[in-house]
Ligand binder design. Structure first.
Ligand code: CTP
Ligand code: CA
Length: 226
């Protein structure tokens, strides 16, 4: 059974949502990024605001506007996002990590445009911080929800991420499925919960998916507080 956002008893709670891609600078004209319109995270923020909760939306560069009633913190790189999330974490009740964080950044970045040269076939990269994993390591009472955008073995990879990152739920989708890809207004997701239960949702609007996720988050919060 699913409730309308305003009936979720989340008023007075703090919900932190990350959304959009991150941008890892190479030089002033080039960067590394991921596909992400930000629509899923912004839909969660909009529905979360309707619950009466305090909503903090930490967003990478996107072309959509933040919902009314939401505190927007704009960031660019994975490192910026990590710092912003950690600042909001200690008193957060629910954290939903929708962002498509870049996994790698250039080892060196430059403030001038780097010129192409014969023989420079490759670029050195290094891993960014896995924000969700850090949140999982430092989890106290927070409910932690991650996403997994996959192209194959969706359930297997989602379950692995759930455990590895110490999350309470992973929202997984197959980005190759029509209606569940990037930039669409719809999504087809499966919710993998820590207790082993799996909730397969049909094709829904991103706002409807957001309401389902908030319902489960609210249940998890209630169960934790008992
Ligand atoms: N995530 C994160 N910080 C990163 C990478 C990912 O917080 N540096 C979070 C995402 O926001 C998402 C979850 O981890 O909630 C899963 O992201 P995903 O890219 O699917 O998984 P990865 O662990 O990065 O593994 P891979 O990309 O190899 O599938
Ligand atoms: Ca990744």
């Amino acid at each position: 059974m699913f409730f309308h956002p305003k009936d979720l008893k989340l008023s007075g709670k703090k919900i932190v949502i990350t959304a959009g891609p991150t941008r890892e600078k190479i030089d002033p004209v080039r960067y590394i990024t991921n596909h992400s319109s930000g629509k899923m995270g912004y839909a969660i923020a909009a529905e979360a605001a309707r619950t009466g909760a305090k909503v903090v939306l930490i967003s990478g560069p996107v072309s959509i506007t933040a919902p009314v009633g939401v505190e927007l913190i704009q960031v660019e790189s994975a490192e910026d996002m990590y710092q912003a999330v950690m600042k909001e974490y200690s008193d957060a009740n629910i954290v939903i990590k929708t962002a498509a964080v870049a996994d790698y950044r250039p080892k060196n970045s430059y403030d001038h445009k780097v010129k192409k040269q014969d023989g420079d076939e490759s670029m050195e990269l290094e891993r960014t911080t896995d924000i969700l994993m850090e949140l999982g390591k430092n989890k106290k009472k927070q409910i932690l929800i991650g996403f997994a955008a996959e192209t194959d073995h969706v359930a297997e990879y989602a379950q692995k991420k759930l455990l590895k990152k110490n999350a309470d739920m992973i929202v997984a989708n197959n980005v190759k499925t029509a209606g569940a890809g990037f930039g669409t207004d719809t999504n087809i997701v499966t919710l993998f919960k820590r207790d082993g239960s799996v909730i397969e949702l049909p094709l829904l609007s991103k706002n409807e998916v957001a309401v389902k996720i908030l319902n489960v988050a609210s249940q998890l919060l209630g169960n934790e507080m008992k």
